[in-house]
Design a protein around this ligand. Sequence first.
Ligand code: PLP
Length: 396
Amino acid sequence: MINETMYGLGSKSSVIRELFAYGLERKKVVGEDKVYDFSLGNPSIPAPHEVKDALLKLLEEPAEVLHSYSPASGDPKAKQMLAESVNRRFETHFSGDNFYMTVGAAASLNISIHAITNPGDEFITFAPFFPEYTVWVENAGAKLLITPADTESFQIDFEAFEKLLSPKTKGIIINSPNNPSGVVYSEDTIIKLSKVLCKKEKEYGHTIYLIADEPYREIVYDGLNVPYIPKYYNDTFVCYSYSKSLSLPGERIGYIIVPDEMADSKRVMAAVNGAGRALGFVCAPVLFQKAVAMCADVPSDIEAYARNKDLLYNGLTRLGYDCVRPQGAFYLFVKSPEKSGDAGEFSERAKKHDVLVVPSDSFGCPGYVRISYCVAEKTILDSLPVFKAIMEELKA
Ligand code: PLP
């Protein structure tokens, strides 16, 4: 007998993966440039040259240094370099000891959730949200509750959120800049969230952890400030990844920060080490631990994303599509223009025109589609007449 839950997870692909696979097949039939695939969040900008420079330099090191195990939580020097970079940028005072190196944000979240979960615990997140949260929270033996989206502002609907809080609440998962809405939670939102959680911690007499999922932190437009959450709320795990900021998704590299200010931080860090051990997430790829440490201050190259965002947002808005104004990440969240308002129906209609957009139902916010604009600029330019034809078809 196999584990049926795991069978279920492994035998069904996500809607996103299904669309992507369909796109690959369809391209073979009609041609690469005739399919407008906006399904995946795979960075289209190459990693900055500093990454290659760092790797070439590292390859000069003796193989036994380069390919050896690091300590389970990561290379001490790399962790210290990363801590110093974070301190320079966010006026924090971390040391390498506050860091646990991981294979990307997926591992950062899994480890953090496992480190704090006991049977019967609940986590809360805010729609729209990254669908894998449900898988990760349930795999740790907890339950994920969803705060419905505030579709006016895509900030937090605090009235709805407070109704979900209870003595069972162990953690809150927050993602900003947000996949899929592209919105950044404002400083006001973070201050309000912190106040609500501090009040509830006192009321329930236990810690409520805030898990900040931050792979898009550096991808923001118009100089917008993304509040650094540990500065507002002590009991925060920072779950970071270089998948998007340095365009290194396949290298699987990221980290967790457990700040000293967190309640019982030493015990929590020990539990993070324990969860990493239990899950087999130890000793993240050493070459890339060292490479990202050397590139810690390299800014993300977001020019191309910013251009794509403007082209798509302005282009679609002009055609009559109702789009959420993106502030960060590389996704445009667009209201389904179908009479029914159904996202699946619009995704299917677009698919018939070889435009692949992801219906929002699995993000916990029905009635929208997500358009990933981490694609070639030409794909966006060529797709606009097709989006126009789709709109005309809808109006006919
Ligand atoms: N969290 C969010 C919101 C994401 O969009 C992604 C990837 O797309 C992840 C986590 C996982 O990131 P990683 O590839 O670093 O594991």
